[in-house]
Design a protein around this ligand. Structure first.
Ligand code: GLN
Length: 304
């Protein structure tokens, strides 16, 4: 068994001295003020053993990491019918890309780019009684932690500057791929993206995808097949036009967010979260990508 704490400590030491820590996302004004020097990692093994380094207990905006959780909830509610409204192919394009959606008649390439996630938000709106509260409860239950919250200022900040997402939602609506009003769908979407968690909360939440769909309390939240499918989508689409690079360098299913968080997991072994707010040119955490490459190389633990 590798010395996990020593490996995390060493990665932290190496990466926090790197001169290029990437650039904090500023297109959501509320995120622009986050200090780029934060760095945290948290690892949770299948047996419950936990290891952490740096700022792993500090809250950050999970942003697009939430898309996996929204997809999971939608899958548990409506199953395979999701795939009548979107595909499961990598887009090879940035997360908020627009023109492909028009060429492909309002059918998003996958649920982890913005267009797909906005359709998933529409599905949740149609099937949940109190969509925002019910979604938050779903996440709290996965972690056994009812302190998890939306950050309403971040949601508001994105609402007043989210022109691209309005364009995407309007295009989806024009093709008949949104059933609810654009305003309502985006209000839900901006709130789901604004959820804050620490690295250690995120590894707990994502345990169910490393555990065949069964959450920390050993209750089934997805079937084994559904968990397999979501892991496959994370592997092929979780990092937008850098998904190939992540599979090549890291070799794990994972998902990033513009808040600088990355969650990755090895089914039946562990879940790991990194947080470093500076992003690379593709919108993925610069140091998080490097940290996970070093982690899977040093531990020799990956799906390949
Ligand atoms: N809320 C962000 C957006 O829609 C999420 C993007 C991301 O994390 N990649 O632009």
């Amino acid at each position: 068994m590798p010395d996990f704490q020593a490996i995390l400590d060493q990665i932290h030491k190496t990466l926090t001295t790197m001169p290029d820590k990437g650039t904090v996302a500023s297109y959501i004004p509320e995120l622009a003020d986050v200090n780029a020097n934060h760095f945290g990692m948290h690892l949770r093994l299948h047996d419950g053993t936990e290891y952490g380094v740096g700022d792993y207990n500090q809250l950050f905006s999970i942003q697009s990491v939430s898309k996996v959780l929204a997809l999971s909830k939608a899958m548990s509610l409506v199953g395979e019918s999701i795939w009548e409204r979107m595909d499961v192919e990598p887009s090879g394009n940035p997360f908020n890309h627009l023109s492909l959606l028009e060429i492909e008649n309002g059918i998003p390439r996958n649920p982890l780019i913005n267009s797909g996630a906005i359709v998933i938000a529409d599905i949740l709106l149609s099937h949940l009684k109190n969509p925002k509260d019910d979604f938050l409860d779903f996440i709290r239950d996965l972690a056994g932690d009812d302190t998890i919250q939306f950050n309403k200022s971040v949601a508001h900040s994105e609402k007043i500057t989210g022109f691209k997402n309005y364009a995407i939602a309007n295009l989806l609506k024009s093709f008949g791929n949104l059933k609810n009003p654009v305003e309502d769908v985006l209000d839900f979407y901006f709130h789901q993206c604004s959820i804050e968690m620490t690295c250690s909360q995120l590894t707990k939440v994502f345990f169910f995808l490393a555990n065949k769909g069964n959450c920390l309390m050993n209750k089934a939240r997805l079937t084994k097949t559904q968990a397999k499918r979501i892991n496959a989508i994370m592997l092929t689409c979780g990092f937008y036009d850098e998904a190939g690079e992540f599979a090549f360098e890291v070799g794990l299913p994972g998902k990033s967010g513009v808040g600088g968080g990355i969650i990755a997991l090895l089914p039946d072994h562990f879940a790991i979260t990194t947080w470093s707010p500076g992003l690379n040119k593709k919108g993925n955490s610069q140091l998080g990508m490097l940290a996970l490459e070093q982690f899977t190389t040093q531990t020799k633990l990956s799906i390949f």
